[in-house]
Design a binder for this molecule. Sequence first.
Ligand SMILES: [Zn+2]
Length: 161
Amino acid sequence: MWAEQWSGSPRQARMARIDKSFPFTKFRTILHRLSRAQSSLLIQIRSGHIPLNAQLYKLNCIDTDRCLACADRPGITSTKETVTHFLFDCPAYQNERHYLDRALGRHNRSLEHIMTKEKSIRELLRYIGSTKRLKRTHGDVTPSPQRGQRPINSEDLSPDN
Ligand SMILES: [Zn+2]
C-alpha cells in the first residue's frame, strides 16, 4: 500500500505543510476513480517530481532546465520548465489553457485548490492531455467526458468565445 510507505517519509512532511489532510481524504478518494497513469501523474504534480525539464535537469537527466516549448518564440525570455510554468504560464499552450481557464475560472491558479475537487482535477488532466507534453511518459491522460460535459471542440478554444 503506497499510503503506508508514504507515511513517515520526508516527502510526507513536506506535503503536510501543503495540505494537512493529505493523503487520506478527498484527493485520495478522487485518485481511486482515475486510471493508474492519471493518478500517478497527479501525485507527481503534487510532489513536484514530474518529468518536466526543471526536474529532469536537477536529476542530471538532461542538459537544460529551460522550457523548450516556448524557448524559440520571439520576445520570450527562456524560462525554467517548472510545474507552474507548464500548467499556468507557458505561452506555447495558451490555446489549451484558454479552455482550462474557462472551466476553472481565470483566477483559479491554485494547485492546492484544484487538487481538492474532482471536476477541477479532470479539467487539469484534460489540459495536460491536450498539450501532449507528457504523452511520452504518461500516455494520454485526458479523462473521458463525464455525463453532461461537452467534449472539446474548436469553438471552445476560440479566444473570442
Ligand atoms: Zn514554456
